[in-house]
Design a protein around this ligand. Sequence first.
Ligand SMILES: NC(=O)CC[C@H](N)C(=O)O
Length: 271
Amino acid sequence: MGRLRLALIDMYNKVPNEGMRCIKDILGEVKEEVDYQIFDLRGEDQLPDTSFDIYLSTGGPGNPLEEEGWEQGYFDLLQKLWEHNLTHSRKKYVFFICHSFQMASRFFGLGQLSQRHSTAFGAMRVHKTEEGKKDPFLSVFGDTFYAIDSRDHQLLNVTQEQLNKIGAKIVCMEKIRPHTDYKRAVMAIRFSDEFFGTQFHPEADAEGLIPYFGVDPQKKGIIEKFGEKKFNKLMKILEDPSRLNMAFRPIIPSFLQYAIQALTKQEEPQN
Ligand SMILES: NC(=O)CC[C@H](N)C(=O)O
């Protein structure tokens, strides 16, 4: 059978970022099995059709509730992929990161998106839920793990009824902060066997981020925006391999291996 085809949906709207480099690195690890094509959705209005096997939709800047004009096309694509999976044995696999995760929550009608009281930025502790403890994509982690977070918005108030409608499960939540009244935001959702999304950045790599954040203008920018204390804390976590489970960032590779195995097991043509 031929190589699998992956659509990388770039949501960065041409804003410089580390996400695309990290994702391309990860996709380099499966280059024998998977070819990928980039679609600059917000910058160039490029949207893949439904012919791809796997879709990886990135993080990006801005308010996930704002209408920029590309949303309906994106939602139509998700609708077609979701319906495809309901009626075909050869499935479509979709991974949503950060901004895309927020867009997916809008598409599926889960919870409420809102602006955080302050920007979340750094290496944050994430908690698995009971469902998360059973999730194969998270199996290498303990009950809590560190992940890179970078966002101004959050997903709150997802109800069990909303989850049940599509058969989704919340698999990670923000850390518990007993000293604040803030609600804990949702950090990862398994929408289905094939659709998975994280509010954090599972593509982030410590090896690449240390030299990136550690020099100006990034270093200066972080200190100006968040203070020296937060900068030092971020670097300390990035440099401590025992705390930094994302050093080997296993979530997206697990997703890709799962998709590759399922798709190569099945002979084409389908159904
Ligand atoms: N890094 C991201 O993708 C951020 C997502 C979104 N723009 C937010 O501010 O919450």
